[in-house]
Design a protein around this ligand. Structure first.
Ligand code: ISL
Length: 539
């Protein structure tokens, strides 16, 4: 942990879905600027901005065509600079998404590679197949074949893409690629952003291109997950770039275990400040994320405890633009939506680490209300449907899997008000709005003294004001079928945090001594009420 920003509350904005200022149905930078007062009022310190770079949008901006230009539908570089300065004026810093495992195939580098320039060919991973066989047996994150013919098929050359075929992987063996990325990072840091969320950063360096061990989806992963080469690159980026600024870096690290997460964040190695681990996001699945099982709170508790106790500092999150909404996933929703959303926020802020929230989480937004695949835009969902079709899985079943898990569940437009299109746009939203926007929206929530936002502000400012919440140790006290109890302690002072995951009243698992300092319910009851969250100060 190197960063002075570690006690920040970070709010993730997915620009496409946040606020549209010009009526084209797509959120934009001016829209974000118009909501800065609102964001500041939540007590947010840092905005993590999902990609706003120029992109053909195959993967909503995670396919970058120009790292130093703004996507025209989001605005201009002047708009971006205004966003930075207006945010800073409100005490808010910005971190950007740094996507350096791959570029877009419409990036100039790839286009020049295709045109035959050797220099740019070497920016990508191009390998020979043999006798009609692909270079290796690897899998792909988006259910595609990871090898796409490069140039004349007769040459049997292929480029590697671990994501969509419009996202060719960069060749990190090439020092020119490193130099380009150094330059890109400096460009944005010099403009005033304070750091980066580093997209799939632990897969960037492929140690070998040999065949992999058979895996359900990602055959070959042992050749690129958290390799020594990746550690070396991260340490070099610290030395050459980050150490010259005050920064916050968080790595999105797929499939990391505790040991890898610790290695990536050890201060003496100087790599990343913290990482987003995934294990808790996998608590309701078997094997791959598409096979969801019934949510068992106890499993989530077990994984949270494992990471809280096993890693000195966590990036705590329950939602982002890739994950279904937590209130749908981890509570019964319906009449318990708001109280459940508050309990989950209470739990999230009470964990030891930097708190990350995703737009809409502060009002308890739910999974999208999609009725068929036609309403889904995400490339991953469409690819998975194709693959499942190929495997002979029949449609009602395919749709059931996708509806539950599609990343578009989190990407529905932000619900600002009960007005037409939820106040998100005056045009046609790029993705179907959830019809519950007439009930679940920022304007209405703010009017309600028991709104989710008011609880969000309360728990956020409590965390900021409490050294125990910020720096204290974590110890699990009870893990039951429904109730999770843990202790945060510092210098002999203790707070007990209790979360009820059941939609019914349940008994307290242990006697409580001390005073209630914060809860999502008024007053006290003999039993824990449905989705009750409470912090008790032990005297
Ligand atoms: O959604 C996932 C996990 O539940 C993953 O398969 C996801 O694609 C993976 O976590 C990587 O995500 C990041 O890189 C992708 C991009 O599509 C995602 O939006 C981004 O968060 C490729 O750049």
């Amino acid at each position: 942990m190197l960063t002075k920003y570690k006690n920040s509350t970070v709010y993730q904005i997915y620009p496409r879905s946040f606020c549209d200022s010009d009526g084209d149905g797509v959120g934009d930078i001016k829209g974000i600027i118009s909501k800065l007062d609102y964001i500041a009022s939540l007590g947010v310190d840092v905005i993590w901005l999902s990609p706003v770079y120029k992109s053909p949008n195959d993967d909503n901006g995670y396919d970058i065509a120009d790292y130093k230009a703004i996507q025209p539908e989001f605005g201009t570089m002047e708009d971006f600079e205004l966003l930075l300065s207006e945010a800073k004026a409100r005490g808010i810093n910005i971190i950007m998404d740094l996507v350096i495992n791959h570029t877009s195939d419409e990036h100039e580098w790839f286009e020049r590679a295709k045109a035959g320039e050797q220099k740019y060919r070497d920016y990508y991973i191009i390998k020979k197949g043999k006798d009609g066989k692909l270079p290796n047996n690897w899998g792909n994150f988006f259910a595609e074949c990871p090898w796409e013919p490069f140039g004349d098929p007769a040459n049997e050359e292929y480029y590697l893409h671990l994501f969509s075929k419009k996202q060719p992987d960069l060749n990190w063996y090439n020092p020119d690629v490193y130099r380009e990325v150094v330059d890109i990072m400096k460009f944005w840091l010099d403009k005033g952003v304070i750091g980066f969320r580093c997209d799939v950063i632990n897969v960037i360096f492929k140690e070998s291109f040999a065949n992999g061990k058979k895996h359900l989806a990602l055959t070959g992963k042992e050749h690129y997950l958290s390799t020594d080469g990746c550690h070396n690159i991260l340490a070099a980026l610290r030395r050459d770039v980050l150490s010259h600024y005050e920064t916050l870096t968080v790595g999105e690290t797929v499939m990391v275990d505790l040991k890898e997460a610790a290695d990536l964040t050890l201060p003496e190695r100087g790599e990343l400040d913290m990482v987003f681990a995934f294990e808790h996001m996998e608590c309701d699945q078997i094997g791959v994320k598409w096979f969801k099982t019934k949510f068992k709170p106890k499993k989530l508790m077990r994984i949270l405890t494992k990471w809280q106790e096993g890693l000195p500092w966590n990036s705590c999150y329950f939602e982002n633009h890739d994950q279904p909404r937590s209130v749908t996933r981890f509570t019964k929703g319906g009449e318990y939506r708001a109280i459940g959303a508050k309990m989950l926020l209470g739990l999230l802020f009470s964990l030891r680490g930097t708190t990350y929230v995703y737009q809409g989480q502060e009002i308890g937004m739910t999974n999208g209300a999609f009725e068929s695949l036609d309403e889904i835009m995400d490339i991953e969902s469409h690819n998975v449907d194709e693959m499942a079709k190929g495997l002979g899985i029949i449609n009602p079943f395919r749709w059931k899997l996708i509806k539950k898990t599609s990343r578009d569940n989190a990407r529905t437009p932000m619900q600002w008000s009960a007005e037409e299109n939820a106040g998100f746009t005056s045009g046609k939203p790029w993705l179907k709005l959830h019809p519950n926007y007439t009930e679940v929206n920022v304007e209405r929530d703010l009017r309600d003294k028991d709104g989710v936002i008011s609880f969000f502000k309360e728990i956020n400012s409590f965390k900021k004001s409490s050294e125990i919440m910020k720096e204290g140790s974590f110890k699990e006290l009870h893990r039951g079928k429904w109730v999770y109890v843990f202790e945060r302690a510092l210098d002999g002072e203790k707070l007990t945090v209790i979360c009820n995951f059941k939609d019914k009243a349940v008994s307290y698992p242990m006697e409580q001594k001390g005073s209630r300092v914060l809860s999502n319910y008024e007053g006290e009851a003999k039993k824990l009420r449905p989705y009750e969250f409470v912090i008790i100060k032990n005297n």
